[in-house]
Design a protein around this ligand. Structure first.
Ligand code: NAP
Ligand code: 8YV
Length: 319
């Protein structure tokens, strides 16, 4: 008997793909590679598998009359048109919590990397420069002021780690979290003006596009560092490059970019940045947990059972 059909809208992580293939026939981006064949296939598609950034637009959902679930491998789901999914009766799921520790760990790793210039120090030794004299001094991290744009699951986990470094913590979010014990500022610019390290960890999408703009970078100032582990869209990348070149800010640690996997050459050429290729959740343990949860959501959705982790907008939906 043939297996039910699901559509992968992005290149899936092998852990997720292998799990799906035990129960389903996975069609890898057929809607893009063979749109004509897809018109015949589309009515058989029962589930859509994606990544955090993968595009699931309204036009695709309109082609999938029998889809029962979109199961995203990632906590962010800014590529999915959720209002359209709800209109088409297709609940959207994601993988919150299981990746929180890893992303917070990488955020702190970037704070330390930019403040103490760890990758640059490694390069300094490898290039044989040590014999010519010492490196330039770094910026002390312990006791510094940390600003967090987005005090959600991951933002709170970053704050928890930063406390162990004796950092003072302030944040911005859509609403104040009075039980957090941290200083709230109503805008990213005011937050930036009051911290040494500013970490962006909001969702992507229209609501946060260029939340970190030229004004925020100016407020962060010439001794301030920006860390972005959110989405590339959250930072105005052109304004950031200008600020890094001009010394408007001291440096940046970036895990996400506007047009991944393409990183502007201007960033490659700068000495005061640390660049990682969207790896904040990329450990074996966490990618397995994400795959398990995304697969569980796919199975539940296709079986018409309660979903493990629907996105907030789809809570209570079941098709
Ligand atoms: P979450 O628990 O939903 O937290 C999101 C936080 O962002 C909330 O505090 C929210 O404020 C705040 N926020 C939303 N819109 C905002 C705005 N316009 N201005 C200021 N703050 C805003 O999500 P999470 O689990 O912490 O994940 C956050 C994001 O991290 C994901 O959506 C994803 O984009 C990114 N991420 C990246 C990686 C990576 O590999 N680099 C990995 C995982 C996640 P309220 O609490 O007031 O609503
Ligand atoms: C993943 C992410 O790397 O969870 C997210 O929102 O950005 C990351 O954990 C991504 O979703 C997989 O491509």
């Amino acid at each position: 008997m043939s297996k039910p059909d699901v559509l992968a809208v992005a290149k899936l992580h092998p852990f997720y793909l292998q799990a799906l293939e035990t129960l389903y026939t996975v069609h890898d981006r057929t809607h893009v590679t063979d749109p004509v064949a897809f018109t015949t296939l589309a009515p058989r598609i029962l589930g859509v598998a994606g990544t955090g950034e993968a595009s699931v637009p309204r036009s695709l959902m309109a082609q999938l009359p029998n889809a029962k679930v979109v199961a995203v491998f990632g906590v962010g789901y800014d590529g999915v048109d959720v209002p359209a999914a709800i209109e088409h009766g297709i609940p959207v799921t994601h993988t919150p919590d299981v990746l929180t520790d890893d992303v917070a760990d990488l955020a702190m790793g970037l704070v330390l990397s930019v403040g103490r210039a760890i990758p640059q120090a490694d390069q300094f030794v490898r290039a044989g420069q040590w014999a010519n004299g010492p490196m330039a001094l770094g910026r002390k991290v312990s006791g510094a002021r940390l600003g967090i744009a987005g005090l959600g699951r991951i933002g709170k986990a970053i704050a928890h780690r930063a406390r162990a470094f004796g950092m003072s913590i302030a944040y911005t979010a859509r609403s104040e979290k009075s039980d957090s014990g941290f200083q709230f500022y109503p805008s990213a610019a005011v937050l930036a003006a009051n911290v040494d390290f500013l970490v962006a960890i909001t969702p992507g999408g229209a609501g946060t596009k260029h939340l970190i703009n030229a004004e925020v970078l100016k407020a962060l100032g010439p001794s301030g560092f920006l860390i972005n582990v959110a989405r590339g869209s959250v930072v105005d990348e052109e304004a950031l490059i200008t600020a890094l070149k001009n010394g408007t800010i001291a440096g940046a640690g970036l895990d996400v970019f506007a047009n991944e996997p393409h990183v502007p050459q201007a960033l490659w050429n700068l000495r005061n940045v640390v660049l990682t290729p969207h790896v904040a959740s990329a450990t074996t343990e966490t990618r397995q947990a994400m795959a398990d949860l995304a697969f569980a959501n796919m199975r539940a959705g296709i079986a018409g059972q309660p979903l493990r982790t629907p996105v907030p907008e789809c809570m209570g939906m079941l098709k």
